[in-house]
Design a binder for this molecule. Structure first.
Ligand SMILES: [Zn+2]
Length: 231
């Protein structure tokens, strides 16, 4: 987790004088960054409102310079509709706390994964009846090669269509990450029921109320529950 970054921050001007003024100013700058971080850290995720952006691990850096604050956040996944709301909520929260000039920057590296969700965040998810994610799948660094195949027309003979289907199945089987766990039960995925703790759970739908969660059902207590998918 990143710490407050204070390089380049203008020294606090008010009050301090005498031989220890530079030390006290440095402390004031740290305090200002810590205060701005505390404000930014209270903003919650619009899709998982029990989690703050700090719990979620998207809050990467907060720099304070007098009334100006620069916040760096990392997108959870490309196209996540919550990112614009997070940005607006950060600006409003910091404005309310007295920071007039707020800039929200997006940083892409290191990339976010569900491993960034804090232990506190995982506990809050479980308390809300949502199964927290397990360990995120490892992705190769750098470009990911994609193999493109020729699409056959609809009126091809059945034997050829069957081969096409095989190609599709192979492509699905080789895809890694968020879309590879269809139909697996808890013995494979390790998703325990957040209510009764049973490992006998099954996926009902890959997507629930939000794209980042799957809908599962517990075979022991029969209750449906949501699961934050590992990405
Ligand atoms: Zn259960």
């Amino acid at each position: 987790m990143s710490t407050f970054t204070t390089s380049g921050i203008r020294a606090w001007q008010g009050g301090a004088s005498g031989p220890d003024s530079s030390e006290r100013s440095g402390q004031a700058v740290k305090d200002d960054a810590a205060r701005a971080w505390a404000v930014a850290g209270t903003v919650t995720d619009p899709e998982l409102p029990m989690l703050t952006l700090a719990d979620l691990g998207v809050l990467r850096d907060v720099r304070a310079d007098g009334g100006r604050v620069v916040v760096s956040i990392t997108p959870t996944y490309t196209g996540c509709p919550a990112m614009d709301t997070m940005r607006d909520d950060l600006v409003h929260a910091l404005n309310r706390a007295g920071y007039d000039d707020v800039e929200v920057r997006t940083v892409l590296s290191p990339p976010w994964s569900t491993d960034w969700i804090s232990d506190d965040g995982r506990r809050k998810l479980a308390e809300a009846g949502i199964a927290p994610p397990g360990a995120a799948p490892t992705h190769p660094s750098g470009p990911i090669p994609l193999t493109l195949t020729t699409r056959r027309p609809a009126d091809v003979p059945a034997s050829a269509a069957s081969r096409t289907g095989d190609v599709v199945d192979e492509a699905r089987a080789s895809s890694h990450g968020a879309f590879s766990a269809d139909g697996q039960d808890a013995s494979e995925t390790g998703v325990a029921c957040p209510r009764c703790g049973s490992a006998q759970t099954e996926e009902v739908s890959r997507f629930s109320a939000t794209a980042c969660k799957a809908l599962r059902r517990c075979r022991a207590c029969q209750e449906p529950f949501e699961h934050v998918k590992e990405i």
